[in-house]
Design a protein around this ligand. Structure first.
Ligand SMILES: Nc1ncnc2c1ncn2[C@@H]1O[C@H](COP(=O)(O)OP(=O)(O)O)[C@@H](O)[C@H]1O
Ligand SMILES: [Mg+2]
Length: 310
């Protein structure tokens, strides 16, 4: 469980995080969604005790990070995958982290195998690809077998296999009952993996709801094809806005694909195609975060590795 109350961070003239209050519950993947510069990384750094809040609190298992007796056993994090000493091997990197937390070498080898790095574990990390660095970062997060996991944009720079692997991993952690917070600037990515989403823009909370509710609130669209489109139209029209696109195809605004499929099934109407309208989903998300997107030209570079300090 992660609890954030009135969390605020001011960097000079920039309010990076503005009075955020939310809980992240166990057994679910909670997506932390917002455009670049929204304050996702800053929030996560404060949860992990790497940045001091200007106001408010961030707690893991009812305590501030600094008050956790064995932090790696309470919360694991993947923040900046680049923050690894390039001259060290992946295994050496993890052994150092393990030693200071009373974690055995056996556990180091276990997590290396779990993320599929066992064969390159003794190579220097400067030769690692971005995907391998991400895997090493995840191995580090898993070292203490913590019940709470925080991942900052873990799919960035990964190929499709890597992205699928991360999705499966996140789902597995949640199914084991862990608390999983994962950030992304891509709505489409969150839709595939999150049970619940927190949407932020300019440091403020814009939405905190189940993924289906957020999609509905965003007015996203689903395309459905049926040889009995007329009948399906009648079934769906009570629940959402429905438009006849072709003789067999309907466009539904305000229901998730799963809900459309379930309603059709309950009514005994055959469905030949069912798809989320991806494009409109991204657009709806942009509409929600409109005015909260920081323009690249105004964004000061943040000093990454030094402050993350891992
Ligand atoms: N160490 C820092 N010093 C000054 N400004 C920062 C620092 N870290 C982040 N910021 C600013 O805070 C805002 C939020 O950044 P960040 O948390 O990195 O957003 P996100 O992770 O959602 O892209 C941005 O305006 C960013 O430029
Ligand atoms: Mg970030």
């Amino acid at each position: 469980m992660i609890s954030v109350r009135g969390l605020t961070k001011q960097y000079g003239g920039v309010r990076a995080v503005d009075d955020l209050t939310f809980d992240v519950e166990p057994g679910k993947v909670t997506g932390f969604l917002g455009p670049n510069g929204a304050g996702k990384s800053t929030t996560m750094r404060m949860v992990l005790g790497l940045d001091r809040p200007t106001a408010g609190t961030a707690e893991v298992a009812g305590r501030r990070y600094a008050d956790l007796a064995a932090p790696l056993r309470e919360v694991g994090a993947l923040l900046d995958a680049g923050a690894v000493h390039p001259g060290r091997s992946g295994r050496a990197h993890l052994r150092i982290a393990a030693r200071s937390n009373g974690i055995t070498v056996r556990r180091v080898d276990e997590v290396l195998a779990q993320v599929g790095l066992d064969r390159v574990a003794r190579r220097r990390t400067k030769g690692y690809s971005l995907g391998m660095r991400q895997r090493l970062g995840i191995a580090g997060a898993l070292l203490g077998d913590p019940p709470v996991l925080v991942f900052d944009e873990p799919v960035n720079g990964l190929d499709l296999d890597g992205v699928r692997w991360i999705r499966g991993l996140l789902r597995g952690f949640a199914d084991e009952g862990r608390t999983v917070l994962v950030s992304s600037h891509l709505m489409s990515e969150m839709q595939l993996v999150a049970d619940r989403v927190l949407v932020i823009g300019r440091g403020r909370l814009l939405a905190d709801a189940g993924i289906e509710d957020v999609l509905r609130g965003l007015g996203h669209r689903v395309r459905v094809r049926s040889p009995r489109a007329e009948q399906l139209h009648g079934v769906l029209a009570d629940r959402a806005a429905v438009e006849r696109v072709t003789a067999e195809e309907l466009e539904v605004t305000g229901l998730a694909a799963a809900e459309v499929g379930d309603l059709a099934h309950a009514a005994g109407v055959p469905v030949h195609r069912l798809a989320e309208a991806e494009q409109s989903l991204e657009q709806a998300y942009l509409a929600l975060t409109e005015g909260s997107v920081e323009h690249a030209g105004h964004a000061p570079e943040r000093p990454a590795a030094a402050e993350v300090g891992r």
